[in-house]
Write a protein of this length. Structure first.
Length: 499
């Protein structure tokens, strides 16, 4: 008898079907891979399992009994723990407080919180997951990878029978991914079932026993992982053959003219003595472990905070923005690392999300020309392949890949000269990833300068003309595209000088 079984589950929102007669099962101790493009129905299925939504049609069987979970707490109490791609946390609370949310905290005899006992228990849970974090640290001081690890530790503490992981490694480096896999292997040995949802298909091959493929809300394929290949999974996900990315998109940049230069810029303690150049038509990759200073450097260039020292020039003119508006006025675009927290207002329409970047160009005396806005948005939606092509739809209702494309459309419609992309394909499916890669290559081909920050080393190697590796806030190595390898980058990122 399977631990969990879904029988002909269907779910629709506003008449639009999200799931159509989906059936699947998972045994205790099994790792089931769930894959599909953004919008295929994976998130809806996860929310049904975790009690957020109820199916319109079909049955959910838990330990053989038909069950309905009326809320996430009911699912958690039954033994289903979910780690969502977009984490929920309180950044102004400590690590310990976030780790033990929803539980009864230890108390003194007089009723007050026993903070010493709380921090001690949090430390024990962190150490059980091999996490070296201070439980008293404020949550906002953690990087995305550390926040993800705390969420995993919180779920594991509930002794789940089924652990659902939605893109758990999107913010993790390779060593952190390996550590997660060790934890998951231990859980499976103890009989915990794993539902693993990821766009990183190599992880599906490495971790799971079976693969279920969703497309357009339907289960279109299921097979043992031993019979799976990357090409087969991609074909099943998108319904067609997807052209594979060449080993190097373009090893020769368009010209030798320097568009951006930074000389010995520092912002202690985030980064120090950084010097880099970006030429027209060049993609400069920034690699490094989480916390190495890559995102902080990008934010400084964009004017979110000023460097303590050093100089920057853009198109041979001094560049020292004190605010992002000054960077945008100089035609600099920045795609942030966390799109939902830093880039989008989720309740706004897709049209508003896209047109936000071009309002000045379509306004007269502060009044937006609505017909021009509508035309420009419609053109951008088509050009960037945003689906569904409904500009009035809230951008928060789009899949992750389409949210990312809307954000790209917003800034690329401004015709920037320098584009800074921080994890542009994190949490998007293979189809959207290929489209975003194409847009990046087109930017370089049109003579734009691109700074690409990515934890996906194959992506860095495929797209970059040059690669700078940061370690502890400093540049540890620089590689040409022909010299770089994943091994060299990882060694430099870990603080080992290349031979």
């Amino acid at each position: 008898m399977p631990l969990l079984a879904l029988q002909s589950i269907s779910k629709a929102f506003g008449g639009t079907p999200a799931l159509r007669e989906v059936s699947l099962s998972i045994e205790a101790g099994e790792a089931l891979g769930l894959i599909g493009e953004n919008g295929a129905g994976k998130s809806t299925l996860i929310k049904i399992l975790s009690g957020v939504h109820q199916p319109d049609v079909g049955d959910l069987l838990w330990n053989g009994a038909a069950t309905k979970f009326f809320g996430p707490i009911a699912a958690l109490r039954a033994g289903i723990a979910t780690i969502h791609q977009e984490l929920a946390y309180f950044e102004n609370l400590t690590v310990a407080e976030n780790l033990m949310l929803g539980e009864r905290w230890p108390r003194h005899w007089w009723g007050g919180t026993n903070w010493t006992a709380l921090n001690t228990e949090a430390q024990r849970r962190l150490e059980a997951c091999d996490l070296k974090l201070d439980p008293r640290a404020m949550f906002y001081t953690l990087g995305p990878a550390q926040r993800q690890e705390v969420a995993i530790a919180r779920s594991l503490a509930h002794k789940a029978k089924l652990l659902i992981l939605d893109e758990p490694t999107a913010s993790l480096t390779e060593p952190e991914v390996e550590r997660l896999f060790v934890h998951l292997a231990r859980l499976r040995t103890a009989g915990v079932a794993i539902l693993y949802v990821s766009h990183r298909l190599e992880e599906i091959l490495k971790l799971t026993n079976r693969v279920v493929v969703l497309r357009d809300g339907m289960r279109v394929a299921e097979y043992p992982t031993a019979e799976a290949t990357i090409s087969r999974m991609v074909r099943d996900m998108v319904g067609r053959e997807l052209a594979s990315q060449p080993a190097h998109v373009n090893t020769k940049r368009q010209s030798g003219e320097v568009i951006f230069r930074a000389e010995n810029i520092s912002r202690e303690p985030l980064f120090r003595n950084i010097s880099l150049t970006v030429h027209r038509g060049e993609i400069v990759g920034l690699a490094g472990l989480v916390g190495a200073g890559r995102s902080e450097l990008a934010r400084a260039i964009y004017g979110l905070y000023a460097p303590d020292n050093g100089t920057m020039t853009l198109e041979n003119r001094t560049f020292a923005p004190s605010h992002p508006s000054e960077a945008r006025a100089r035609r600099v675009a920045y795609l942030p690392e966390e799109r939902k927290r830093q880039g989008l207002v989720l309740d706004h329409s897709t049209a508003s999300a896209v047109s936000m970047g071009i309002l000045k160009s379509i306004s007269t005396l502060g009044v937006v020309a609505s017909s021009t806005e509508h035309r420009r948005v419609q053109e951008a939606v088509g050009r960037f392949g945003i689906k569904p092509p409904q500009p009035d739809r809230p951008v928060g209702n789009l899949s992750g890949g389409n949210q990312q494309k809307a954000l790209l459309a917003r800034w690329l419609e401004t015709d920037p000269q320098l584009v800074i992309l921080d994890e542009p394909t994190r949490g998007v499916d293979v189809g959207a990833k290929a489209e975003i890669h194409r847009l990046i290559v087109e930017l370089a081909a049109r003579g734009r300068g691109v700074i690409l920050i990515s934890s996906d080393l194959p992506e860095i190697l495929a797209l970059s003309h040059r690669i700078l590796v940061l370690h502890s806030g400093s540049i540890a190595a620089e590689f040409s595209v022909t010299d770089a390898t994943q091994e060299k980058i990882l060694l430099a990122a870990s603080g080992f000088a290349p031979a």
